[in-house]
Design a protein around this ligand. Structure first.
Ligand code: CAP
Ligand code: MG
Length: 435
């Protein structure tokens, strides 16, 4: 009688005594087993399917390949850490990392819920990426300011305005004290506001405003499109004298974003990364991929600005998540916080400037800054400027005044005693936290 050969080998991907090596890549997952399966069944499967394994033992396996298997080595409270040997990964290739660590594992029948919280990247891998071209250095380098925040304003209604209307809004915002005008995530090149005419019109208007006020102004013009078209659009923006461009980094995808990062470096430009669509996989706390990890990958690839939330605004952004991302983007070394974030060294990659946006208006800005506790950030206001009773220019002035009040350490009411536009903004919205 022939002996029946073993089929499953998932448990071989668990070794709770394993000490990770310095150049291992480590992933931290939250997991819930499907009915009838044990924790070991799940953590073995996740390590297997994300590295060298599949559902059955293999006749093609040899000792060298077996040595490259990932190992689940720490398991507590439905959280598991998995170590992967460096050879499994290709340098400078985020799609490849994500196809492995965040690939088939999310679809496995054995896994009821799975959330990838963080990946700790070893030195060699980190160094193989660009990192940002400017990050917070842009405060001095582009805007010639001693400190931030950099203020931007997104024209609203978010789509529908003609190019002329859009440019007029830009002029009103820039001259009211806003550093950057920003396209909305779904404005690219529609019939009512074509990309080329917007870029050229904004460049002329910018030169005029700069001459009048003697301060530097820029724009986050949205190049989101097919990759080669994005490259063409970036070149046009560059030829029109802007230092920034904007990309919707989730909808365009990691490869396109990596290409744009190379383009930005070649042209000495900076990228404003809008994260529209991230909440499809970041919002649920038991399944998906954390915004924290997305933020890490974006700094790695080289995004100079990244939306990370406001705590006080209209979109979901829990305070702890926002502060963890602030630290991730602004520091050179991150310490582990057990079960939440892994340690990470940035190997001197530049910072990424955190952007707070979504439902902001003057009344909530001091609280926002109290949470962030740094001015190395970008603050972006849309409705909270264009909904001002006296229009965009007044809204911009009220926004600037609210930030001045915070810097001066005085209340908004006190500031409003000598500032008409701020007083009007407070009468309109007070301290409303929009939902
Ligand atoms: C802000 C915004 C941004 C969001 C993105 C908007 O407008 O332009 O897209 O802030 O948010 O359309 O909502 P308002 P996040 O100032 O009018 O709210 O950073 O959370 O991804
Ligand atoms: Mg928007």
């Amino acid at each position: 009688m022939t002996e029946k050969k073993k089929i499953e080998w998932y448990h071989e991907f668990i070794d709770l005594n394993y000490q990770p090596k310095k150049n291992d890549l480590i992933a931290l997952f939250y997991y819930e087993p499907s009915k009838g399966l044990t924790k070991e069944d799940v953590i073995g499967r996740v390590a297997s399917e994300s590295s060298i394994g599949t559902w059955t033992t293999l006749e093609t396996l040899d000792d060298r390949i077996y040595g490259m298997k990932a190992l689940s080595f720490w398991d507590q409270n439905n959280l598991v850490k998995i170590a992967y040997p460096l050879e499994l990964w290709e340098m400078n290739n985020v799609p490849q990392i994500m196809s492995g660590v965040a690939g088939n594992v999310f679809g496995m029948k054995a896994v009821k819920n799975l959330r990838l919280l963080d990946i700790s990247l070893p030195e060699e891998l980190v160094k193989s990426f660009n990192g940002p071209n400017m990050g917070t250095e842009a405060i001095k380098k582009v805007f010639k300011l001693d400190n931030g925040p950099i203020l931007s304003c997104v024209p609203k209604p978010k789509i529908g305005m003609t190019t002329e209307q859009h440019i007029q809004v830009a002029i009103d915002a820039w001259s009211g004290g806003i550093h950057c005008i920003k396209d909305d995530e779904n404005l690219t090149s529609q019939t009512f506001n074509k990309f080329e005419s917007r870029v050229e019109g904004l460049a002329k208007a910018r030169d005029k405003v700069e001459n009048e006020i003697g301060e530097i102004r820029d724009a986050y013009i949205n190049v989101t499109a097919e990759t080669k078209e994005m490259e063409r659009r970036v070149n046009l923006i560059h030829d029109n004298g802007f230092r920034y461009f904007m990309v919707d980094v989730v909808t365009t995808g990691f490869s396109a974003v990596q290409t744009m990062s190379d383009v930005a470096k070649d042209l000495d430009m900076a990228i404003h990364a809008h994260r529209a669509m991230h909440a499809t996989f970041t919002k649920h706390t038991t399944h998906g991929i954390s915004m924290y990890l997305l933020a890490k990958l974006m700094r790695l690839i080289g995004m100079d600005n990244l939306h990370i939330g406001t705590v006080v605004g209209k979109l979901d952004s829990p305070k702890q998540d926002v502060l963890d991302m602030r630290d991730l983007l602004l520091n050179n070394e991150i310490g582990e916080i057990e079960g939440r974030v892994l340690s990470q060294k940035w190997e001197n990659h530049k910072t990424t400037m955190p952007i707070a946006s979504g439902g902001l208006h003057p009344g909530v800005l001091p609280e926002l800054l109290d949470h962030y506790r740094t001015t190395d950030i970008g603050i972006q206001v849309g409705g909270g400027i264009h909904g001002h009773p006296n229009g965009t220019n007044a809204g911009a002035k009220a926004t600037v005044a609210a930030i001045e009040a915070w810097k001066e350490g005085i209340s908004l009411e006190e500031k409003a005693e000598t500032h008409l536009e701020l007083d009007q903004a407070l009468k309109r919205w007070g301290y409303l936290k929009p939902v």
